[in-house]
Design a protein around this ligand. Structure first.
Ligand SMILES: [Zn+2]
Length: 387
């Protein structure tokens, strides 16, 4: 729904100027905790995953939803880093430490996903999640867009304004009548999507340095990067055989029946960390290692997009795999992210076609690909990670 109040504030002029402001935030803002980094990454994911059928980004974001996304990020980072326990991200007993404490108290294994933990311990996980959500709404959301630190810090909203006035109590954050919307300023969401491939690695690098500084002597930066942001933080091994079977024993990209087989993120992990079933395909090692962080070409996109169709031939199989493995799905969000990522590529952007081969993006064909497909509403509810 269009919201007439969303057009307040300055119009951001160009993607470059916008990107420079995000960098300036990272360079000059006050970062006593890592909450602002987590919030920025959550915003990047949310604008992609909430794009509409035409690839248009949302005009508002739910602050509570962003809080839940932050909780999912911290869930992984709060696992033990070594025998000395979790990494410290601030001097306080912050959300990461509280999450680590709960993980330990519940005796959860390293790789237990938040999806699984919610099923096993709904009350305990729910309580902590509410605390994380309230903290995100009360602190990093109002404080993110400040340049400089201390008394001379300057607040300058250029990404969003908030729908509420002044400080809020934790209990008010969770009341039904609390309006938790962030109104995205004109152009901001488009810029975030256009720049996501550039901004995400920069935010991750700054976050990594923040953590490295607080854990000097304990961490190796390469290992730390994998620990904080790596795709392998959840083992994809269980889906390999069932997905390969659904692909008739063939590589998703080249169709050859020759492994070794690897699970690949169709939408590259570096642009959207999405481990849900619809974003996973099986590829032979040659294709997978050549594709790396590129967006796949349109022939691949066509086949993958058909897979999302509830009326399509793969629908029942994917549904069964998700049920059997208790693997999360959000076909609506994965599809929205695909539309957002592809439709915001400039004409002529280079896509990965085959090992050693790229193709220029054909926008007319791209619109044809996205024209059809019925998405599985019931699946997205059954496997909803957010409720
Ligand atoms: Zn292949």
């Amino acid at each position: 729904m269009a919201d007439p109040s969303q057009s307040d504030g300055p119009v951001t002029d160009s993607p470059v100027a916008f990107g420079e402001k995000v960098l300036a935030l990272l360079d000059t803002g006050s970062f006593t905790t890592s909450y602002k980094y987590a919030l920025l990454l959550a915003i990047l994911d949310a604008v992609l995953e909430e794009s509409d059928a035409g690839g248009q980004p949302p005009r508002t974001l739910s602050a509570r939803d962003l809080g839940r996304r932050v909780f999912e990020l911290y869930w992984q980072q709060a696992r033990p880093y070594s025998d000395a326990g979790p990494l410290r991200q601030s001097r306080q007993r912050d959300l990461v430490i509280k999450t680590a404490e709960l993980r330990e108290r519940l005796g959860l294994a390293q790789h237990t996903s938040v999806h699984r933990a919610r099923q096993l311990h709904p009350r305990e996980i729910g309580e902590l999640e509410r605390e994380v959500v309230a903290t995100v709404v009360r602190y990093p959301v109002p404080l993110l867009q400040r340049f400089g630190s201390g008394a001379r810090a300057r607040a300058e909203p250029f990404i969003y304004t908030v729908a509420w006035d002044g400080p809020v109590t934790p209990s008010r954050v969770h009341r039904d009548d609390f309006d938790d919307r962030l109104r995205l300023l004109p152009g901001a969401a488009e810029h975030l999507i256009t720049l996501t491939g550039l901004l995400r690695p920069v935010v991750e690098r700054e976050w990594l340095r923040h953590v490295a500084r607080r854990n000097e002597g304990r961490v190796d930066e390469l290992q730390l990067e994998r620990f904080l942001f790596g795709a392998e933080r959840i083992s994809l091994e269980p889906v390999r055989e069932p997905l390969l079977h659904a692909q008739q024993g063939r590589c998703f990209y080249c169709g050859r029946e020759r492994g070794p087989w690897e699970v690949d993120h169709f939408l590259p992990w570096s642009r959207l960390p999405d481990n849900r079933l619809d974003n996973l395909v099986v590829a032979d090692r040659t294709c997978n290692s050549d594709k790396r962080d590129a967006l796949p070409g349109l022939a691949h996109l066509d086949r993958w997009w058909d897979r999302l169709d509830t009326a399509g031939p793969s629908a029942a199989q994917l549904h069964r795999i998700a049920e059997q493995l208790n693997w999360p799905r959000r076909p609506d969000r994965t599809a929205a992210a695909a539309r957002g990522l592809y439709l915001h590529q400039p004409a002529g952007a280079l896509l990965w076609a085959a090992p050693g081969t790229v193709e220029a993006l054909d926008r007319t064909r791209l619109h044809q690909t996205f024209a059809g497909v019925t998405l599985a509403a019931e699946d997205s509810e059954r496997y909803d990670e957010d409720d």
